[in-house]
Write a protein that binds this ligand. Structure first.
Ligand code: NDP
Ligand code: BG6
Length: 494
């Protein structure tokens, strides 16, 4: 259900999900307690969780309903105790073994009983928040027990499955996972999460580009010199070595978050804002990225590991897992021919910062002698994904005073300054959309395949690249700086 409210030139599509049940597998885990339940609680407090909707946590750990609620309560940090209690009253817990058919029958009975008791339609969202290796077995069992079946009748109850990354670890494994999923469900039942797509600034890329007139005419190789995408973290591997040692940064950040941001920033205008039109343009863009030149990888890709990584708990003492990657990508189409896209992401760097910086070309001629065109700072538009979510445009302007002094000035807006701009976690938006059945911000199967098609050859040649160490708290390996120096450019400060 949606209403559109217009006020003073602004419009707001207000969405209200239909009532239903949300089942979270892996409910005892880190993601569930840190992100999912706090996000659901926040939706509840904003009246965006339907009053009749219910949440069922599932995992092997033996909690009672009340024990599980006590486990969650410390993670619901806002609001009054009454609000927390009212939210937790909607939550129950079903422990069990995922390989046991009896567990699914028990879960189905619990859901049927909740639906009967609360006059709830049988709309069910299954959220898989556990190691991805378990997905195929759980989907098999849900399907075997008829829990994914939807009636073809219009307005019949729906069954959605939300999956967390990783979606495979290379092209072949991603294809195998996809075949498995599609043998039990249609694509429009599958919601593959990339939480970066739930961030306001990432969604704003589309509004900025396609709801304004001023940007599109200059959004091309005629005016743009290059684009820098950064996702840097100060945190290290924390307690996730078991997963991270198998993944590494390229799989953890590039194949998904970095490529999603790149495709939104560079794609063509979709025919409409429908999920499939938007996602088709993203796929087309990913397909246009020039494959890596495997013979000269060291000219375009840098691979690093922070000093001290091998001493982290759970990390092999001789680990060759990368915690930093920088890469230069080219997009082979008319809009972007000749415009390099520089991407970098790493752990334990100098700052936590995710941004997309569009660096414009220098003006062709300066009338402000003796200042030469090439001495002026290029105009730069920065989409600040986090922190300080918002946007900055730095341009040349006259400095105050009687002399001819020119320099960069920055126009900016911050989401936090806007009404309603208080922190709204990416998971809130994504959980809401999964319950609404809106797939725009979820990754379609062909997009996963194309991203692995791009990165799998690189991963197969990974060991041909040196693994350079970098000090914790630095800007990353020196070769990352050289990647841009070689093109007479430099990274923006972290
Ligand atoms: P966890 O490793 O904490 O696992 C979640 C739960 O799954 C555990 O509490 C455990 O519950 C159950 N589980 C773990 N191993 C097994 C197993 N072998 N068999 C059956 N159950 C098992 O994962 P996270 O919560 O950190 O992440 C969940 C998913 O989200 C993963 O796919 C991850 O890649 C993804 N993700 C996580 C992020 C995060 O910040 N944590 C960020 C982005 C994505 P029990 O023992 O009670 O059954
Ligand atoms: C996750 C990665 O997908 O994104 C983590 O698995 C990373 O390794 C995290 O820390 C970064 O997300 P954010 O929202 O903090 O930038």
């Amino acid at each position: 259900m949606s209403d559109i409210n217009y006020y003073r030139g602004n419009f707001c599509v207000e969405v209200h999900p239909a009532p239903g049940s949300l089942v979270i597998f892996g409910a005892s885990g880190d993601l569930a307690k840190r992100k999912l339940f706090p996000a659901l609680y926040h939706l509840f407090r904003r009246n965006l969780l339907h009053e009749e909707s219910r949440i069922v946590g599932c995992a092997r750990t033996a909690y009672s309903d009340d024990g599980f609620r006590d486990h969650l309560r410390p993670f619901l940090t806002e609001g009054t105790q009454e609000q927390q209690t009212a939210f937790l009253a909607k939550v129950c817990y079903v422990p069990g073994d995922y390989s046991d058919s009896g567990f699914y029958r028990k879960l189905d009975n619990v859901l049927n009983a909740l639906e009967a008791k609360n006059d709830l339609p049988s709309n069910r969202t299954f959220y898989l928040a556990m190691p991805a290796s378990l997905y195929p077995a759980i989907i098999d069992k849900l399907s075997e027990n008829g829990m994914l079946e939807e009636s073809p009748e219009p307005d019949a109850p729906w069954r959605h499955v939300v999956l967390e990354k990783p979606f495979g670890r290379d092209f072949a494994s991603a294809e195998a996972l996809d075949r498995d999923l599609h043998s039990h469900m249609r694509e429009d039942q599958i919601y593959r999460i990339d939480h970066y797509l739930g961030k306001d600034t990432v969604q704003n890329i589309l509004m900025l580009r396609f709801a304004n007139l001023v940007f599109e005419p200059v959004w091309n190789s005629r005016y743009i010199d290059h684009v820098q995408l950064t996702a840097s973290e100060t945190l290290g591997v924390e307690n996730r070595a078991g997963y991270y040692e198998q993944a590494g940064l390229l799989r953890d950040m590039f194949q998904n978050h970095m490529l999603e941001m790149l495709s939104l920033a560079a794609m063509e205008m979709p025919a409409s804002f429908s999920p499939d039109d938007v996602r088709s343009e993203k796929v087309k863009l990913i397909k246009s990225i020039r494959p890596f030149d495997l013979k000269h990888l060291d000219k375009t890709v840098v691979r690093g590991q922070y000093e001290g990584y091998r001493a982290e708990p759970g990390v092999a003492p001789d680990s060759r897992t990368e915690t930093f990657v920088a890469a230069k990508l080219e997009i082979a189409n008319w809009r972007w021919a000749g415009v390099p896209f520089y991407l970098r992401s790493g752990k334990r760097l100098a700052a936590r910062k995710s941004e997309i910086a569009i660096v414009f070309k220098s003006i062709p001629h300066s009338i402000f002698a003796p200042i030469r065109a090439r001495d002026m700072q290029p105009d730069t538009l920065v989409l600040k994904v986090q922190p300080n979510e918002g946007m900055e445009l730095t341009i040349q302007a006259k400095q105050p005073g009687p002399k001819l002094c020119m320099g960069g000035v920055t126009m900016s807006f911050r989401y936090s300054d806007l009404p309603g701009g208080e922190s709204f976690d990416a998971y809130e938006r994504l959980l809401l959309d999964a319950m609404l059945g809106d797939q725009t911000l979820f990754i379609r199967s062909d997009s996963i395949a194309e991203s692995w098609r791009l990165f799998t050859p690189l991963l197969e040649n990974w060991e041909s690249l040196p693994l350079e160490t970098y000090p914790a708290g630095s800007d990353g390996p020196e070769s990352a700086a050289r990647l841009l120096f070689a093109d007479d450019r430099e990274w923006r400060a972290l």
